[in-house]
Design a protein around this ligand. Structure first.
Ligand SMILES: Cc1cc2nc3c(=O)[nH]c(=O)nc-3n(C[C@H](O)[C@H](O)[C@H](O)COP(=O)(O)OP(=O)(O)OC[C@H]3O[C@@H](n4cnc5c(N)ncnc54)[C@H](O)[C@@H]3O)c2cc1C
Length: 528
């Protein structure tokens, strides 16, 4: 196929959203994917036993149902079916307490009141602040920078005093936010567990904003999963795209973007094939790999190359999947009903974990983010069994082990030992867990990168979520948009604003930029 308008490099969710948007506009689009299957970090496979479907990377999609970009695609018409667990989230401690996040706010509030009377009302207030602006906020966050319409809606919804409060709150660490709003530990656990989905320390901003937003999204939308596995979300994106004449070609790694007169005109595959892309190349590729490897620094302004040298990836990820006989025997009953379970004993535990990571040490006690996939979707494994998914973060380049003698080489011994450390956190809250494991599959950082080159060193977010690399600073200062220094080339991956997560905004923004540039090009060509 060499008669295309545009090429999308990479069939991750952002690449597929970009491709869908271009196909909606009537363009002929070819998606080239390095791996044998589409999906990037949104895939599933039978990793343990036959009949046990595990999500290779991402698993829960509050952003998938809340993002205006994903909603617009109406993927339910292409076979996607969302499923919800009875509880969105539980945060059990080894001490036996358990904070709960339910889409029924009475249940969330009652859980927090058990930690300190009045904290339920505090959560209603904090969540109310989100609910009032959630549409405008998501609109602003998923639009290209500057998000004029979303920002105007946000300002209108907040009013001058509200805007000031919102701005102040966005600058808080999650520790300070929890201190400001709750008397007991429950609210802190919910906010902090969610903030730790990012690589930002609980003692640094914008962890307060991130924790508040994700906890509120869970309150509003739950943490849903696609029936049949994450791959079903990808399958719906592909089906929608193909229904509009698009093509996804797998096992087709792109090795070069051909630049002529500072314009991207074609791509070259590993087998040497050149594919022309007269209307644009949209890259669902990590920023450093795109610019350094595919484009080449000789085509880029020196200042840009310099700025790219400071690009910071987020922490590496260590992922485990288990096949379980029965279910996890949590001591705290609510955890037996939750789809997502967070394991961090308290705020200081979270700070210590983040401090280990900041010092490039493998955490002595990992924060575990765990998914009990069958709670929402019983199709994941045979009756009477469960598939369990979990990850924790480790340094990109470990310089030691805060908890023992791991070297961070992630060979078999290292990986199995760290997997044991994560299991110990579960066992402490669910005695007997280990005895129910019938199979364990470990994906250390290098294995994750082998599954998807964008997971560089095992980093899952396409770059840090720290303030210094957000908004107009993502991926490098002054850019913040999908346009690149090369005409006709657009950054569509999570390295672009607004970053990691399956919301499709990076892809949609790239498609919008490509369509806009094409319109201008055609107009200027037509003019005398
Ligand atoms: C373990 C893990 C857990 C996660 N959990 C969640 C979660 O629960 N919820 C959530 O919302 N997010 C989660 N995320 C993050 C989320 O999956 C990513 O932010 C999201 O997938 C980014 O989408 P993307 O399209 O930008 O990139 P990716 O999904 O990484 O896809 C990029 C694609 O491009 C391809 N590619 C790269 N280079 C080339 C090339 N040169 N030629 C051809 N193809 C190429 C890759 O093979 C890949 O298929 C998780 C990620 C990981 C790793």
């Amino acid at each position: 196929m060499n008669d295309v308008d545009a090429v999308v490099i990479g069939a991750g969710p952002n690449g597929l959203v970009a491709a869908n948007r271009l196909a909606d506009a009537g363009w002929t689009v070819l998606v080239l994917e390095a791996q044998p299957e589409p999906g990037g970090a949104v895939r599933s496979a039978e990793l343990t036993h036959p009949g046990f479907v595990h999500d290779l990377c991402s698993a829960f999609y509050p952003l998938g149902v809340a993002s205006p970009v994903m909603r617009d695609l109406q993927l339910e018409s292409y076979g996607l079916r969302w499923r919800w667990a009875p509880l969105a989230l539980a945060h059990p401690t080894a001490g036996g307490t358990c904070a709960v996040l339910s889409t029924n706010i009475d249940e969330t509030a009652a859980s927090l009141d058990q930690f300190a009377e009045g904290d339920g009302a505090s959560w209603r207030e904090l969540y109310g602040e989100f609910e009032r602006i959630s549409d405008a906020l998501l609109d602003a966050m998923t639009s290209p920078i500057p998000p004029l319409r979303g920002a105007a809606r946000l300002v209108a919804a907040l009013g001058p005093r509200g805007l000031l409060e919102f701005s102040r709150q966005s600058l808080l660490s999650v520790r300070q936010l929890a201190r400001d709003r709750f008397s007991g530990e429950g609210g802190a656990l919910l906010l902090t567990g969610n903030a730790l989905h990012s690589d930002v320390s609980p003692d640094a901003p914008p962890s307060g904003f991130l924790g508040w937003m994700l906890t509120s999204l869970g309150q509003q939308y739950g943490f849903p999963v696609p029936e049949g596995g994450a791959a079903q979300l990808t399958a719906a994106l592909v089906r929608r795209f193909e229904a509009r004449g698009g093509t996804v070609q797998c096992s087709a790694p792109v090795t070069r973007v051909v630049v002529r007169d500072r314009r991207a005109v074609a791509v070259v595959l590993a087998d040497g094939t050149t594919i022309d892309a007269p209307r644009g190349v949209l890259a669902d590729v990590g920023a450093p790999a795109l610019y350094r490897t595919l484009v080449g620094e000789e085509h880029l302004p020196p200042q840009f190359v310099n700025d790219l040298g400071r690009f910071q990836y987020d922490y590496a990820t260590f992922k485990i999947d288990w096949a379980i006989d029965g279910e996890i025997p949590w001591r705290a009953e609510p955890a037996t009903r939750a789809g997502t379970v967070h394991l961090a004993e308290d705020m200081d535990f979270a700070t210590q974990y983040a401090a280990d990571l900041a010092m490039d040490k493998i955490p002595a006690r990992p924060y575990v983010l765990l998914g009990q996939m069958n709670k929402a979707d019983p199709t994941r494994s045979p009756q009477g069994t469960e598939t369990v998914w979990a990850y924790s973060h480790v340094p990109l380049e470990p310089r030691g082990d805060a908890g023992g003698t791991l070297r961070g080489t992630w060979d078999t011994d290292d990986s199995e030992a760290f997997a044991d450390r994560m299991e110990a956190e579960i066992e402490a809250r669910a005695p007997g867990f280990g005895a129910r494991i019938t199979a364990r599959h470990v994906l250390a950082p290098p294995a994750l990168e082998a599954l998807d080159a964008n997971l560089t060193g095992g980093a899952l977010g396409g770059g840090t979520m720290a303030f210094a690399q957000q908004l107009v600073f993502r991926p490098v200062p002054g850019l913040g948009r999908a346009e690149t220094p090369i005409r006709g080339l657009f950054l569509a991956s999570a390295s672009a604003h607004p970053g990691g997560g399956v919301h499709g905004a990076c892809g949609a923004n790239a498609a919008r930029a490509a369509l806009g540039a094409d319109r201008i090009r055609r107009l200027t060509r037509r003019s005398p």
